[in-house]
Write a protein that binds this ligand. Structure first.
Ligand code: SF4
Ligand code: MSK
Length: 666
């Protein structure tokens, strides 16, 4: 680069940094008053993600807003803008597609590796080697067996489970063919994937190929790179994540609706507080189950506490909430605040979304931070390793460690008295059942509600929090605006916890819903926002969409449905994989908060919008302005209603006998 260009480049970057700073100033750290109270009440300066987000601004090149950075070989890092290239000649579009492909590979591998662990756990459970575990939902096991082409005739539950586990594990290493679970999708959707050659062969295979293709000097065609990104994401949504959900249901039961409470106010001043945090449910399910065991409660009492209180953060919380009603005290941006209350005896973390800052923060308090996965150790934390065969023994040891720590409370306890009711536990099986009843389970009433316009469409609002924007703000704003306009909202992950803390995940929230949606909520007795579980449980949304198509009357494919997906506060690479597998499944998906890391490439943006729309009937785009995003989502859904010819609202006519007779005469 000559001197003039270098100076121009530096000037432009400075300018971009300035603009970026302005755009990223967060006036209010959170809409969650409990988090605000804790942060504002800190007497001494303690570093939190909120304070760090003020002093550490994102790099404008790395965030791919005004250019892009490639560091895939040691001739770089190369900083590239439109009309310039890297040393090897790589263009902005190629680098943007490569970077996105790598993010998706990382995101897909996180959720899918979780799914693999669940399959491994199922194998050990079938051999009676997983301490304290047995198959709790046999019906679900039989269903998964069927979907994997495994016979259930004249076989014991453990024999079936062993083969299901073996077959599930083989989906990771398959080299050719198609992963079985894509057959859950409508036939038309499967044919689209086959036509464009994006059907995943094996989960590991797609991730490895993604990494290979984005290596220096391999795939240089942005569209071809993104096709592999799609194949990788599909292997997550219809593979690893779906296995994660199905097997968790088999081992710990398929969720049914239950009442619980959320937010930091669920910590108890007089009890031993244990926070479960991360994504994998196994150890935490056992901890929650054992926490009211008489022997352990008596032990807690002997140490001066009134009991044992297990609560959760992030998706481990969602998992154990869905099945045991454990209180989610917060989502991603609440994890430090939980320790700052001074009331947490022990926080046990497994994998994903765990801030490294917890290690240092816990040292300032009496809280013991415990890591449990061999895959995720944190300097300064106590490592107590879970290995599937020691679940009960380890869970008891962890609970006792927490109890022993109760006497060490030294800080001022500051638990905000803020909590909200919520209803969780909406699995796809339960939705069928609640709509159709025990003997005629069906999605028919839901389809009819959409067709007659009482429900205008279904919107999935999913994903993380992001410290660059106000905590929970977009999740709650969008959910309220959508139900007001008769859109049924389904939620997973941190978005679900945001809505729960906001108090809108209860049937009473139907008072904020439009008339049509309210009539359905009243008839069925459900909230207008349904909690479908953790981040891996986004696969439940794929299953629900497939079932709605199969029920009939709303087209032949997922892309025909009046539905959309939003990740308004996304942060994790997993969100990019999720957004991509939804788009490739025929859904319009919008991200907000922070840009998708391809924003500087018009070419890649066009592929992911117009290009994917043409091929897959779905797209993925970033819309910064939340009201424009809302408008776009509504317009997309209304266009689908028009295409289905259900856009004209039909009046519901109550027929009397005379009117019925007239109909028969016609
Ligand atoms: Fe630069 Fe090309 Fe190496 Fe990327 S692969 S760092 S663009 S030389
Ligand atoms: S926990 S991936 S911050 S949703 Fe699933 Fe929340 Fe996002 Fe983690």
């Amino acid at each position: 680069m000559d001197k003039d260009n270098l100076e121009k480049d530096i000037k432009l970057n400075q300018q971009n940094s300035q603009e970026y700073k302005v755009k990223n100033t967060v006036d209010k750290i959170s809409t969650d008053e409990a988090v605000c109270n804790i942060i504002n009440s800190m007497e001494e300066e303690i570093s939190t993600i909120f304070s760090r987000s003020k002093s550490l601004k994102p790099c404008p090149i790395g965030s791919a807003v005004s250019g892009i950075c490639c560091k895939n070989c040691s001739m770089g890092p190369c900083r590239v803008r439109e009309n310039t290239t890297g040393l090897c000649g790589a263009t902005l579009a190629t680098i943007a597609a490569r970077n996105l492909g790598r993010h998706i590979a990382a995101g897909a591998s996180a959720h899918s590796d979780h799914g693999r662990d669940m399959a491994h756990l199922l194998a050990l459970t079938a051999q009676n080697k997983a301490e304290g575990l047995k198959i709790k939902d046999e019906l679900k096991l039989f269903r998964l067996a069927k979907n994997l082409g495994i016979s259930t005739n004249d076989r014991t539950v453990n024999e079936i489970a062993a083969e299901v586990a073996e077959k599930s594990l083989s989906l990771f290493g398959n080299q050719t063919g198609e992963i079985d679970l894509i057959k859950i999708a409508p036939k038309k959707r499967q044919d689209i994937w086959r036509k464009y050659n994006v059907v995943p062969r094996g989960i590991d295979r797609e991730v490895v190929e993604m990494m290979h293709r984005t290596n220096m000097g391999v795939d240089q065609d942005p569209e071809n790179i993104l096709d592999q990104a799609i194949r990788t994401a599909l292997s997550d949504g219809w593979g690893g994540s779906m296995l994660g959900t199905e097997i968790t249901d088999i081992l710990f039961t398929t969720p049914v609706p239950l009442a619980a409470k959320s937010n930091l106010g669920m910590l108890k001043k007089d009890e031993v507080n244990i926070v479960i945090h991360g994504h994998e449910p196994t150890l935490s399910e056992i901890i929650a189950e054992l926490s009211d065991q008489e022997e352990l409660v008596q032990y807690a009492k002997s140490k001066g506490a009134n009991g044992i209180n297990v609560v959760g953060i992030c998706c481990t919380a969602n998992e154990v909430l869905m099945r045991q009603g454990v209180a989610p005290i917060g989502n991603f941006l609440s994890q430090e605040a939980a320790i700052l209350t001074g009331a947490v005896e022990l926080m046990v973390v497994d994998i994903q979304c765990i801030m490294q800052s917890l290690g240092e923060l816990a040292k300032k308090y009496h809280t013991k931070l415990v890591t449990s996965s061999p895959k995720a150790k944190i300097p300064g934390a106590i490592h107590m390793e879970f290995n599937e065969t020691n679940g009960v023994t380890l869970a008891k040891e962890i609970i006792k460690t927490a109890i022993d720590n109760f006497k060490n409370r030294k800080e001022k306890i500051c638990i905000p008295e803020i909590k909200s009711d919520l209803i969780a536990g909406f699995s796809h099986e339960y939705i069928r059942y609640m709509l159709g009843g025990r003997f005629r389970e069906s999605f028919r009433p839901l389809n009819d509600g959409i067709i007659d316009g009482r429900i205008q469409g279904i919107v999935a609002i999913v994903g993380c929090n992001n410290a660059r924007i106000t905590h929970d703000d977009y999740h709650n704003y969008l959910a309220k605006e959508l139900i007001k306009r008769d859109y049924l909202v389904v939620q997973t992950g941190c978005g679900a916890i945001a809505n729960a803390k906001c108090g809108i995940m209860v049937p009473e929230a139907m008072e904020f819903a439009g008339e049509g949606l309210r009539s359905i909520c009243e008839a069925v007795g459900i909230p207008p926002i349904l909690h479908l579980g953790s981040c891996v449980d986004n696969s439940r949304i794929l299953t629900i969409a497939s079932e709605i198509v199969k029920e009939g009357g709303l087209g032949e494919d997922i892309s025909d449905l009046p539905a959309a997906g939003i990740a308004p506060e996304w942060m994790s690479e997993k969100a990019l994989s999720i957004g991509t597998y939804f788009a490739a499944s025929g859904v319009y998906v919008a991200f907000s908060g922070q840009p998708i890391p391809i924003e500087s490439s018009q070419e890649v943006k066009k592929i992911m919008t117009e290009g994917w729309q043409e091929k897959f009937g779905g797209q993925l785009e970033y819309i910064q302005d939340i009201d424009l995003l809302l408008e776009k989502v509504i317009n997309v859904i209304q266009a689908k209603r028009k295409a289905l010819k259900i856009d004209i609202k039909k009046e519901r006519v109550l027929m009397d006998m005379e009117a019925r007779r007239k109909l028969q005469d016609v």
